[in-house]
Design a protein around this ligand. Structure first.
Ligand code: A3P
Ligand code: MG
Length: 287
């Protein structure tokens, strides 16, 4: 390894272990990605269809380019798997640590004019999402992990020029203890698997909220809902940031057999059906 490569690798290792510094370094890029999306949302965008028949727009691509540049500067040398690059067949060799980028999660919602879309960066180490940052520009909210067991939310707008987490009001994210007789459940608005109803038949559900994007993880992380169930396919970049934030807030994400959702297991990077729990997994009881 050449001296420069050694130095860069060491620098990356330091940066990716220090979540507050990583969050500060990524913040301007995440905000810039959100600003690009807001600009295209106001102007209107042409919708293209990807080979997997999901929609994509110029906003997805421009936002992704900004995030890739930000990661190259903030964490040089750490591989990045990003949704639109991956769709074009460009996936790097992943080591034990890599970033997952979804520049515009909830593209269907974005196209419809809904505010339920997000910018997402997750960091996976040894198959586990450990760091995540999610920004919802219309909602004006940013969610980020600042350490093991610490995730925060802050109100933030696209036109902030010198954003810094160090100087702003942060709300600690903490999940709530579920009321097993009156559960609040979150599920996808755009992707309704019929089997969700069958799954929920085992639980005493008081309210089902449908929503778009990784904001569903954030609702559970902030203690507004008890779990998010997703039985249809998702990609690893849809879930890594949300899972890291939820885990730091007291929750967990499991496959339907109760095992933790882990990453880097398959070539296609498709997640199995999962549930994002506010606390420990809840066994079905109601029949
Ligand atoms: N057949 C499929 N395979 C992989 N991921 C899928 C999929 N159908 C939907 N998704 C994922 O579900 C996400 C949207 O879910 P929701 O509407 O609940 O937020 C999409 O994110 P993108 O908008 O980033 O493409 C997409 O990645
Ligand atoms: Mg997505």
């Amino acid at each position: 390894m050449q001296p420069e490569r050694v130095e860069r690798a060491n620098q990356s290792a330091m940066t990716t272990n220090d979540f507050p510094s990583l969050a500060e370094a990524l913040l301007p890029w995440v905000l810039a990605a959100g600003a690009v999306e807001m600009r295209h949302r106001a102007a209107g965008v042409a919708v293209e269809t990807k080979p997997d028949s999901s929609p994509v727009t110029v906003a997805d691509r421009e936002a992704e380019a900004l995030l890739l540049e930000g990661l190259r500067i903030a964490a040089p040398g750490v591989p990045v798997v990003a949704e639109e690059c991956a769709a074009a067949g460009d996936v790097p060799v992943k080591g034990s640590a890599y970033f997952l980028v979804d520049p515009l999660d909830g593209t269907r919602e974005f196209i419809k004019g809904s505010g339920e879309f997000t910018v997402n960066i997750g960091l996976v180490v040894d198959g586990v999402p450990v760091f995540g940052i999610i920004y919802a520009p219309v909602v004006g909210a940013l969610f980020v992990t600042l350490g093991a067991g610490r995730a925060v939310e802050t109100a933030i707008s696209v036109d902030e020029h010198a954003p810094s987490l160090a100087t702003r009001t942060l709300s600690e994210l903490a999940t709530r203890a579920p009321d097993l007789d009156a559960l609040t459940v979150v599920t996808s608005r755009s992707h309704r698997a019929g089997s969700v109803e069958a799954f929920l038949a085992g639980y005493a559900v008081a309210e089902i909220r449908r929503g778009g994007s990784s904001l569903k993880f954030c609702q559970v992380a902030r203690g507004d809902a008890d779990f998010y169930v997703r039985l249809g396919p998702t990609n690893e970049w849809d879930t890594a940031a949300g899972q890291a934030i939820l885990a730091a807030a007291g929750g967990c994400v499991t496959a339907l057999d109760g095992t933790p959702l882990t990453y880097g297991n398959t070539q296609d990077m498709i997640n199995p059906p999962f549930v994002a729990w506010g606390r420990a997994p809840i066994a079905p009881s109601k029949r």
